[in-house]
Design a protein around this ligand. Structure first.
Ligand code: HEM
Length: 423
């Protein structure tokens, strides 16, 4: 993994979570390509609007299909004629996939098409069932209140560093069953690997990424061996049992552990950060949450619509398809701009207003749709609900305390810093 960066390797990395490839950002001046420039990363909405003027499906001058319409985004994500890969995996026999191409090939559920996708997804699904989710609530509340109490003592602090980043990392480490003595290395290596999932060159430090990926996999392998010997009531013990029963290959095991660990690092973090930024920018909405903390669920959903952590994903038609009056050839990349779908005025009234009291809520597509619908959505929702209810309880006079800094990412969207004062 530590060899020179190639476009194939970069594309494989990029596909890991969002499916996006920077190779597609080719033509300067093209509306789609502008999404990957600094101004587009700071605020993609003007570009979404201009792309949408060409209809719900636009062919950018860089030759890339961009879907901005809410209905069409949902339709493509649910349509079995579209997949996440341009070519199927090479395989010698039926059954679990073996390690053939390289560590950077995406063997996680996100990078698999049927039939492998369904088999691997089914193995992780029990961890996210409603009954299991309810059992996670006490741990999430404990971690949330611990972090808030520590932040309250600091007075002025960076909300991203003190609250948004540690929350999902500590929660997923607990749920996976990562023992305390491993939590430091898991957090540090996981953060490096997670940074690469936007696929942007600025997020890539290839040798560092290769070393962190290997180190993370070694830690998981060690922990899985331990859990196979002494099972606990955690997700890794379940995966170790599936592995022992030959339902999942060694390659898939490590890819599954890795995606479960890092999926929340770059997403739930930004649900918390983007939501707090929107609330603190609008004193009337912040006051409404303070008066009625039960609006926490609505804050979570409105943040996911208004400023979602995942702005886009990619699909490839398996065959020539006709969509919205256009002919699209097999394997042509189609960017599904779910961030734009949340701002579609035909579905959401006054879409550019952050409003936690919106009456009826259409599905915002922030967790995708169809077969790859986010497995961790119930967990992310629960973390959002607990967090946005706990902040007014512990930090009711919280205010902004300096400029927020956006991270230079396109498919993922979040803040590097959000300075605040406990008031
Ligand atoms: C606010 C937080 C989150 C957001 C916005 C989010 C968003 C998404 C989206 C949009 C997809 C679909 C991508 C596609 O169709 O190409 C996805 C898939 C996935 N997410 Fe999340 N996610 C979040 C949190 C989590 C968490 C906490 C976990 C696990 C601990 C998780 C695990 C996964 C997995 C395993 C998949 C792949 C599902 C599949 O391919 O079948 N996510 N997520």
């Amino acid at each position: 993994m530590s060899g020179p960066i190639t476009s194939a390797r970069r594309a494989a990395r990029a596909r890991m979570y969002t499916g996006l490839s920077w190779a597609h950002a080719k033509v300067r001046g093209d509306e789609f390509s502008r999404l990957m420039l600094t101004t587009g990363m700071r605020d993609p909405c003007p570009h979404y609007r201009r792309l949408r003027e060409a209809g719900p499906l636009a062919l950018s001058s860089s030759g890339v299909w961009a879907i901005t319409g809410h209905r069409l985004c949902g339709q493509v994500l649910r349509d079995s004629r579209f997949g996440v890969r341009t070519v199927p995996y090479q395989r010698d026999a039926q059954g679990p996939l073996e390690y053939q191409q390289g560590a950077e090939e995406d063997f996680s559920v996100l990078g698999l098409d049927p039939p492998d996708h369904g088999r691997v997804r089914k193995l992780a699904a029990p961890a996210f069932r409603p009954k299991t989710m309810a059992s996670y609530r006490p741990a999430i509340e404990r971690v949330t209140y611990e972090l808030l109490d520590r932040a309250a003592d600091l007075g002025s602090f960076d909300l991203m560093a003190e609250l948004a980043a540690p929350l999902p990392i500590r929660v997923i480490a607990e749920l996976l069953g990562v023992p305390d003595e491993y939590s430091g290395p898991f957090r540090d290596y996981g953060a490096i690997v997670a940074k690469s999932i936007d696929g942007s060159p600025s997020a890539m430090n290839v040798p560092e990424l290769g070393a962190a990926t290997r180190a993370l996999e070694e830690l998981f392998a060690e922990l899985l061996t331990r859990r196979a010997r002494e099972p606990g009531n955690d997700i890794l013990s379940q995966i170790a049992a599936d592995h022992a029963a030959d339902r999942i290959s060694p390659r898939e095991v490590l890819a599954l552990c890795r995606i479960l660990l890092i999926a929340g690092f770059e997403t739930t973090v930004n649900l918390v950060g983007n939501g707090m930024l929107a609330l603190l920018n609008d004193p009337e909405q912040w006051a409404a949450l303070n008066a009625r903390p039960e609006l926490a669920t609505a804050v979570t959903e409105e943040t996911l619509r208004y400023d979602p952590p995942v702005q886009a994903t990619i699909r490839y038609p398996r065959e020539t398809v006709h969509l919205a009056g256009r002919r699209i050839g097999a394997a042509e990349p189609m960017y599904v701009l779910t961030g734009a779908a949340g701002r579609d005025a035909t579905v959401f009234a006054d879409p550019d207003r952050f409003d936690i009291r919106r009456p009826a809520r259409a599905d915002h597509l922030a967790f995708g749709a169809g077969p790859h619908y986010c497995l961790g959505a119930p967990l992310a929702r629960l973390e959002g609900e607990v967090f946005f209810a706990a902040v007014p309880a512990r930090l009711p006079r919280l205010v902004r305390d300096g400029p927020a800094v956006r991270r230079p990412m396109m498919a993922l969207r979040g803040l590097a810093r959000l300075p605040v004062r406990a008031g």
